[in-house]
Design a protein around this ligand. Structure first.
Ligand code: ACO
Length: 331
């Protein structure tokens, strides 16, 4: 049986990065770390850090405006607005509703999706489902993350890894036969939830003076275990999605993996059989922006002409949950 034809496509993309560039050396002024350690263990050189007044919605709306402008659409054309974020501006209502208001997307229904770093891929599949089920013609998927607002700046093993930013994609029913989301594969495993989590600050253990002292409302991570699982699951997902699409590594023009650590990226590409010259890497400039990494990288790759009409792109993500997944897109 041949793989089904794509039903929806990414019609346009956008991104927004805060202006403030923070180098490893800047971090070494306030933490017991060094440029050499961060660079060799992770590949990260700089990251963007949003100012105190800027949250996920403020970054997300800029990325959304850029994607809509490229698509030649108005905010009022959006039917479905899905925001992937692990760093909502507030617990209630959703950041998506704040972005809807900032954007003026009055005709949309809007909600947040939380699947950590895999959220952009989950959200694309959700957008696909809504469009195919007839809930409108235009979906806007935004991934907006202020990771520097939830990391523990006293924990050098985690805070140096992350950065802030937002990416967005306009998703429409495929207008060109064969173009669009060719195949998708999503997984999660809650048995490993504690490897990367914020233990407190939710309803089970609400914020309190004690939580603030213990700092358990901030990100805690078992880096080595996360690393091993990231390589294993992103490799598995890349292999599975190629099988689903009935493609081989040679059919892929560009791989856009989640940007957490260059060693994870290299290992995943090796397992997938894709040389690094066909892998897009920008984590050296931005660090890990959770679910925003993939749409930001896609937007840059399109701008640089690395992805254009006819390109086939393999993407793979991994994050807290644990969650992971992969997709193949044809442009
Ligand atoms: N600067 C200097 N030394 C450090 C730093 C730092 N920033 N952080 C840790 N160290 C020290 C540790 O204290 C330890 O010292 P010790 O041996 O004296 O105890 C030493 O460096 C080695 O620490 P490890 O944790 O074993 O280092 P490792 O080689 O595993 O690298 C890292 C750590 C980079 C965090 C790695 O485990 C990793 O990348 N894991 C995956 C993390 C990740 O990508 N998470 C996000 C994925 S999911 C998502 O995107 C949300």
């Amino acid at each position: 049986m041949a793989a089904p034809l794509p039903r929806v496509e990414i019609a346009a993309t956008g991104r927004h990065l805060p202006d403030n560039i923070v180098t490893n050396d800047d971090l070494a002024l306030r933490l017991d770390t060094s440029d050499e350690w961060i660079r060799t263990r992770t590949g990260i050189v700089t990251r963007r850090i949003a100012d105190d007044e800027t949250g996920a919605a403020a970054m997300g709306v800029e990325a959304a405006r850029a994607a809509l402008a490229e698509a030649g659409l108005d905010a009022s054309d959006v039917d479905v607005l899905i925001v992937s974020t692990a760093t909502p501006d507030r617990w209630l209502p959703s950041t998506a509703c704040d972005i809807q208001e900032l954007l003026g997307a009055d005709g949309a229904f809007a909600f947040d999706l939380h699947a950590a770093c895999s959220g952009f891929l989950y959200a694309l599949t959700m957008a696909e489902g809504f469009l195919v089920a007839g809930h409108g013609d235009v979906a806007l998927v935004v991934a907006a993350e202020k990771m520097t607002g939830i990391v523990d700046w006293e924990d050098r093993a985690t805070c140096v890894l992350f950065g802030d930013g937002a990416g967005a994609a306009v998703v429409r029913r495929s207008e060109h036969p064969g173009r669009g989301i060719v195949a998708s594969y999503h997984r999660s495993d809650g048995s490993m939830a504690d490897l990367l989590c914020r233990p407190s600050g939710g309803v089970r253990e609400p914020m309190s003076a004690d939580v603030l002292v213990r700092r358990t409302h901030l990100v805690q991570m078992e880096g080595r275990e996360v690393f091993k699982n990231a390589v294993r699951s992103m490799s598995e997902a890349a292999g599975r999605v190629l099988e689903i699409a009935e493609m081989g590594a040679d059919d892929i023009d560009l791989m856009i993996p989640h940007q957490a650590n260059v060693r994870i990226v290299e290992a995943t590409a090796r397992y997938a059989g894709i040389d690094m010259d066909r892998v897009y890497v920008n984590l050296d400039r931005y660090g890990n922006m959770s679910s925003a990494t993939i749409p930001v990288a896609l937007d840059e790759a399109r701008e640089q002409g690395l992805v254009g009409p006819g390109s086939t792109v393999l993407t793979a993500a991994f994050g807290a949950g644990l969650t992971w997944g992969a997709m193949i897109w044809r442009f």
